[in-house]
Design a protein around this ligand. Structure first.
Ligand code: ATP
Ligand code: MG
Length: 310
């Protein structure tokens, strides 16, 4: 649904995007992660036709964003990383303004706008002035705005920034509703653990390059050996720990919060053997694979790159 192919963009001497490629499948929620200045906003602006790439190409639903920008604008909703200020409008007038801009007939506007207020939980603020909304409410209004023309694809630049924990949970709920509606969502963030819960796939960017892309599980397995957690009967914990230390695929065995945790570098068959041999001798209550958080991935991947460079 979204395809970025070998895109480069310079600002003067600075290479903001350096031969960047990635793909987002239809209906996926794809997270772009990267430190400040990585190029997330730049690639999003190219996708929503606000900026031209120097080289490479990008497509949304098969439409070339540089050759047919008008067509692309009709199917993409973009939420920028700042909120445009409209002092003297109410939330409803604000949405009407954008509905007019998209040439949505007045007769249809009311229904669409009411639905959007409901989607983003702003029903009771429809007649408040935009100026008087809290930051989180403005953010939700901005999200409603970019949905007004019923786009298939949403490009959301750091929608969670500046939100309190509750508002973030609400945002996550809204995004999962959008996913249920069949939208494809590209979302950027610094708030890594949250992305891990809402994204089907993530791309880690640094200095204009994509340094890792895929499902969280894929990236994890590339970066780490697997982490396994075991819960054993209290009286067996010490023996299990000792036995684990003797296996060749096992490292970093430690106890934490009642669990035994270790890194495991073997394949699935080796993992099944391990479980079998432990449970023959000891009371094993639980045996689970733990997927590293995005924070872990981010730190591991970026430090990998630093090591390669140095
Ligand atoms: N209009 C511009 N003129 C000059 N330099 C720019 C412009 N826009 C972006 N840059 C530079 O391009 C690089 C990438 O910026 P970009 O805003 O895409 O990063 P980002 O990943 O979105 O960062 P952040 O997490 O801080 O939002 C930065 O070094 C930035 O200074
Ligand atoms: Mg940005």
């Amino acid at each position: 649904m979204i395809e970025v192919k070998n895109v480069s963009k310079r600002f003067g001497r600075l290479k903001a995007l350096d031969d960047l490629s990635f793909t987002v499948e239809r209906g996926q929620v794809y997270g772009l992660i990267g430190p400040n200045g990585a190029g997330k906003t730049t690639v999003m602006r190219i996708l929503v036709t606000l900026l031209r790439a120097d080289s490479g190409s990008a497509f949304i639903d098969g439409i070339d964003v540089m050759k047919n920008p008008r067509e692309v604008r009709g199917i993409v909703g973009y939420m920028p990383d700042f909120f445009g200020v409209y002092h003297s409008l109410t939330a409803r007038e604000y949405l009407q303004f954008f509905a007019d801009a998209y040439c949505i007939p007045r007769a249809k506007q009311q229904v669409i706008i009411d639905e959007l207020f409901e989607l983003v939980n702003l029903e009771d603020k429809a007649d408040s002035y935009v100026d008087n909304l809290s930051r989180g409410m403005k953010q939700r209004l901005a999200l409603a705005r970019c949905l007004i023309h019923e786009p298939k694809v949403l490009v959301l630049d750091e929608p969670a920034s500046g939100l309190d924990p509750r508002a973030r949970v609400e945002l996550k709920e809204i995004i999962s509703k959008l996913k249920q509606l069949g939208k494809t969502v590209l979302i950027s963030s610094h708030i890594l653990p949250e992305l891990s819960e809402m994204c089907d796939a993530v791309g880690v960017m640094e200095k204009g390059k994509m340094i890792a892309s895929g499902s969280i599980e894929e990236i994890c397995s590339r970066v780490f050996s697997k982490v396994i957690k075991i819960k054993a009967l209290d009286e067996h914990v010490e023996s299990v720990v000792e036995q684990l230390k003797s296996y060749k695929n096992v490292s970093y065995v430690k106890k934490s919060n009642g669990w035994i945790e270790f890194n495991f570098s073997g394949n699935n068959a080796a993992q099944a053997d391990l479980l079998k041999s432990l449970s023959q001798s000891y009371g094993i209550l639980q045996f689970v694979e733990h997927i590293g958080s995005l924070e872990d991935i981010f730190m591991a991947v970026t430090s990998e790159v630093k090591e390669e460079r140095s």
